[in-house]
Design a protein around this ligand. Sequence first.
Ligand code: GDP
Ligand code: MG
Length: 674
Amino acid sequence: MNNSTALKIALIGNPNCGKTTLFNQLTGSNQHVGNFPGVTVEKKEGSIRKHKGVTVIDLPGIYSLSPYTAEEVVTRDYLLQEKPDCIINIIDATSIERNLYLTLQLMELDLPMVLALNMMDEVRASGASIDIAKLQEELGIPVVPISASKNEGTEELTLRTIKIAEQQQRPKKLDFCKGYVHTAIHSIAHLIVDEAKQAGLPLRFAATKIVEGDEPVMTALKLMEPEIDIIGHIVEDMESHLKTDREAAMADMRYAYIEKVCAATVVKAGETKEHLRSVKIDNILTHKYFAIPIFLGIMLLVFWLTFGLFGAALSNLLAMGIDEFTALTSQAMQSAGVSPALHSLVIDGVFVGVGSVLSFLPTIVILFCFLSILEDSGYMARVAFVMDKLLRKIGLSGRSFVPMLIGFGCSVPAIMATRTLPSERDRKMTILLTPFMSCSAKLPIYATFTAAFFSEYEALVMFSLYVMGILVGILYGLLLQKTIYKGKPVPFVMELPSYRFPAPKTVLLHMWEKAKDFLIKAFTIIFIATIIIWVLQSFDFGFNMVTDSQNSMLASLGKLLAPIFKPLGFADWRAATALITGLTAKEAVISTFAVLMNASDTSAVISMLSEVFTPLQAFSFLTFCLLYMPCVAAMAAVKREMGGYRIALAAMTFQTIIAWISAFVVYQIGLFIF
Ligand code: GDP
Ligand code: MG
């Protein structure tokens, strides 16, 4: 038995049932909560507040303990190998039938277990009710009603869980049926007692998995020829009596039992209010023809609100503040008699460089406020659903769209999120498509350029870049599907969560996360990149300080590359240099321009840009920025997930070629029209 100073508690449940919300409540941490399936891909650990010795592990959401998807494998292996001291099986009480399917399988693991009935606030609001005592008795495991997002019942859950873990209180009941399935499970269980013990597998679990035909379990048991024969007969016998296959037989048995339990414990209030409302809303938002136009309309509105109404104004305000601060510091340094080189480094390098990026903080935070409202309300799940139907027609999986949406924030977590895709083919394709999305780091580039060139159509230009990213991604997917990744996407059933009023806490958390990441980046990567740029543009190869940056080391390097971009309309050496530094982090494109143009402040950058580009050239430059190879962090993620330098390198090269071609087409068509 464990003492209370070191307990491991595993959090298991279906996708989107509130695991991460509960995890955050229990541990006080800030993991990403999202109202669509597939957000949690890696297991996360944390210790419970006020019970520091008790570790909770948030595992990927699963519907079943079968070994098919990556999440199932991760979760199942964890349970079988690590044998946590207790399982908290969290279920969405508003769809209790579907959720209990996993519960029945977890009980077979013979680990101490408690059932956390989540979303009780919604159950209550809908007028339904669940007889907790009865449910507890029927299932033979403790049941605790909670509302994770409202932090109701979580204290009680913690205490009950610790007690169950300490006393190693296992499920009381394992037999849910009589008849043929029952006979098959028991006959097989008798047969494999020793093998299961040898393999360290719970007997009951091993037996039902064999009935289902689970390959990994069969292999792990190292069964002998005669036993395999007998098992074959037992299963055939069961199948012929029930006239279904083995997996269906097990599923039917489980659902039959669940139905019985629910009939005895759940009082429905007709359909839940939330559900009825969701169906009504979905009739419009996922409409056959209107769905995509509505999505585009909503995104356009979001961009208009962000860039047209709030963000730009706030960013300007912040930029003014930064300029003021820069001027003051500059004066202070001058009166203190600081050397001109150091003065230039601090003011023309760091302040202008970091400042030009920093001023976009409000814009980014506001954009992410809207995006997380859309996500938490359940709308983004609809978008993925609609996209699935559309993409499926051209041979792509709509499931890829979830990582692509996350890619609006940052490619790195998006690429990690591809682990939820069940097929290697879909997964690799999605990894390659994700860097085409407009990540938030590209936003300062767009925002500065639109302010300089398209100030009347800000929202529209932003919107066109986002859409262009999606379109090029889809076209690239098509190309891959016709060449190296032939085949059909794995079918996928997406649960559409009910629409919810977005939780202010979740939205604020997202905004804070974004702001934090952005600030950290500005003061680390961007800061260092700015210093390097300043040095390279202030000295020539003999390390003499230059008066005209045209003669600097950086200019020579930039000029070497500039001809490549001539056909795209921007042969300026500063543009070439900015694209190179943009590989450290995309925001660096802007800080580089700021430093290279010797701008005194952010608004000077904007006005000086118009001397370097025409509007058409600017748009071509934006196109290239949108599509060319991602920053080093994303490259590393691609390398890790694709498993190799070579393929990652090839992918990056190819992506840059696509960017070049796209910008070329944009520029040439533009020249033709204007
Ligand atoms: P996970 O996929 O299981 O990790 O689920 P999340 O923790 O990401 O939560 C999914 C959605 O359910 C989010 O929109 C949460 O805000 C919402 N949610 C979680 N717990 C509750 C609850 O107790 N009541 C209500 N009404 N919503 C909840
Ligand atoms: Mg989660």
